[in-house]
Design a binder for this molecule. Structure first.
Ligand code: B12
Ligand code: SF4
Length: 511
């Protein structure tokens, strides 16, 4: 019997900012059942691994099988690596968000076996089956290519009902320094540890695939179980910042109240950032959360326009957004992050104006930051399937040029990126929606206006300072539109240390 399992987060240009939670969950459950596990995160920025190093490590480890986690970024390169790993002679099993959406594509591109859905029970059953010779086709949630070439899928795997039964993620394979450049977390002014307090989302926003990845029903961990993880991170790693990364942690309010009580009773001092929908903002709850260390809320407002909000299935209005903002302002919640998406295919100047109008109504006393992106038609979402034929972007993630534009680091507009790292121009450059040049300009201007409002209201910059910086940003964008090379040449001084240090004033480290 071989009890060794090799797990891999494959290399990509999009580096990891924290430990790979998915693989940490899988290694925890495997180790609990006596398996020996080797995990490689080839995306850790201070310890990047090449394909050759990965293959050598897998060869030396002689595993029962190789498990690879897949997100869609640079997926064609990941497929290439999967095929190379197969040549080592070990079965390759793929799981993760991309597999949950496009399992057939993953098999067609060379993977032996795919695991759809949560991996904890699946990977155990799979390891046992490899050793016992059980027919893999019987294992729920698996897909594979049979000897006769047919691709078959077993029935869907049931979701894990009691999330508290899953062991806490095992981080013993990872080093903080590989991700942060230092082992001393007190030197890093950034949230490092991600915690998932629930799985699944009951909403159905048309641009999001969360419910397709995790199921359309929210399952929650108990407050005690979440507390145990936080307590472990604080005691073991001296963590001082953590982020709840699940889709909507605040849906069950009672659970968050209980968690607040546990943090307070046990005198756990930690800063927590969390995601929240506008319609889950409850003044009393947020006030209590603030008392125990919650300090940042990331809110996907998405739009200030009621028609757009309806068309993306958000089901709240600008009025509701303003009411929530008012209550956050009353509580003086430390930091709010608003995420906006503009440029949906039906949107015109009228829609952009409503979002701008909303931004102008945000009170000056609220400390907030904004992200503005154009919509990405992610595979598995209605935004993709409803528009892929009309706009000609079928299977766009398989196009390496598009991946380069979206995730590659070679498209940065120097000056713009230095001062406005929160604006994702790559998304706009991809031009899924064939914006005419007038609309492109309008989107860029809109992004800058929204940022200017946020900066003007929240930061202690002099008026002249903001005016000059935004003038230069606009100039750099316009030069870039004419010639990226020219922009690079003109704004070459942005590499200057003094300018870089000054730019830090504009960049909020914890975003
Ligand atoms: C945290 C997070 C990040 C962190 C990653 C931190 C880290 N090192 O893990 C950061 C900020 C770096 C990040 C970046 C990106 N992310 Co991200 N991210 C998330 C987020 C919020 C949570 C992911 C997570 O931790 N899940 C928890 C773990 C437990 O789940 P999991 O990894 O899926 O693993 C489970 C199963 O999938 C399965 N499984 C996974 N791997 C394997 C392997 C085997 C062999 C088996 C059997 C099972 C299995 O078992 C696990 C346990 O149940 C999700 C959205 C969400 N709320 O779900 C998006 C999400 C995963 N990200 C997404 C995207 C697109 C990206 C980016 C490409 C963003 C971009 N720039 O456009 C980059 C890619 C970076 C990269 N290469 O990893 C998409 C994925 C879409 C897709 N179909 O691939 C998601 C779903 C968000 C979305 N847009 O809807 N992300
Ligand atoms: S955007 Fe948020 S609320 Fe909407 S489906 Fe995705 S996770 Fe759920």
């Amino acid at each position: 019997m071989n009890n060794r399992v090799f797990l891999l987060n494959p290399p990509t240009k999009e580096y990891a900012t924290s430990f790979p939670l998915g693989l940490a969950y899988l290694s925890a459950i495997l180790r609990k059942h006596g398996y020996e596990v080797k995990v490689i995160d080839a995306q850790a920025p201070y310890n990047l691994k090449t394909a050759e190093q990965i293959k050598n490590a897998a060869r030396d480890f002689r595993p029962l099988f190789i498990g690879v986690s897949l997100q869609f970024d640079f997926i064609t390169e990941k497929y290439k690596l999967v095929r190379e790993l197969k040549e080592l002679g070990y079965p390759v099993v793929c799981g993760g968000p991309h597999v949950n959406i496009l399992a057939r594509e993953v098999i067609e591109n060379g993977c032996d076996i795919v695991s759809i859905g949560e991996g904890e029970e699946a990977i155990l059953e799979l390891a046992e089956a490899f050793n016992s010779g059980r027919n893999l086709e019987e294992i729920q949630g698996l897909g594979l290519r049979k000897d006769n070439g047919d691709i078959v899928f077993a029935p869907k795997r049931r979701e894990i009902e009691n999330l508290d039964e899953i062991p806490l993620p095992d981080y013993s394979d990872f080093k903080v320094a590989d991700y942060m450049g230092t082992d001393d977390l007190s030197k890093v002014d950034k949230t490092f540890f991600d915690v998932f307090t629930s799985r699944g989302c009951m909403y159905r926003c048309t641009y999001c695939l969360a419910s397709r990845v995790w199921g359309g029903r929210q399952r929650i961990r108990s407050a005690r179980n979440v507390f145990e993880e936080i307590n472990y991170l604080v005691k073991h790693y001296r963590a001082h910042h953590i982020a709840f990364m699940d889709t909507e942690p605040l849906v069950n309010k009672q659970r968050i109240y209980e968690l607040c009580d546990l943090l307070e009773r046990n005198k756990i001092k930690i800063k927590i950032s969390t995601r929240a929908r506008i319609d889950n903002i409850d003044g009393d709850l947020i006030k209590r959360m603030k008392e125990v260390g919650f300090y940042k809320l990331a809110i996907g407002v998405e739009s200030g326009d009621d028609e757009t909000l309806r068309r993306v299935n958000r089901f709240y209005t600008q009025k509701d957004i303003l009411m929530a903002i008012e209550s956050l302002d009353r509580i003086k919640f430390p930091i709010i992050h608003f995420n906006n998406i503009i440029g949906f295919p039906w949107e015109t100047t009228r829609h952009f104006k409503s979002s701008l109008e909303l931004s102008l109504k945000i009170p000056k006393s609220l400390t907030y930051y904004v992200n503005v992106v154009t919509p990405i038609p992610l595979p598995g979402t209605p935004l993709y399937s409803n528009y892929c034929e009309e706009y000609g972007f079928k299977d766009w993630w398989l196009d390496i040029n598009k991946q380069e534009l979206l995730h590659g680091k070679n498209k940065e507009i120097y000056f713009y990126k230095l001062f406005m790292p929160r604006l994702f121009l790559e998304y706009w450059t991809l031009n899924f929606w064939h914006y005419p040049s007038t609309v492109k300009k309008e989107i860029l201007n809109f992004q800058l206006k929204i940022q200017k409002i946020a900066y003007g209201k929240n930061r202690f910059f002099r008026f002249l300072e903001i005016a000059v910086i935004f003038f230069l940003i606009k100039l750099s964008v316009n030069v870039y539109l004419i010639s990226p090379k020219l922009e690079k040449t003109i704004f070459f001084f942005t590499g200057n240390r003094a300018v870089m240090n000054y730019a830090k004033k504009f960049v909020f480290q914890e975003q």
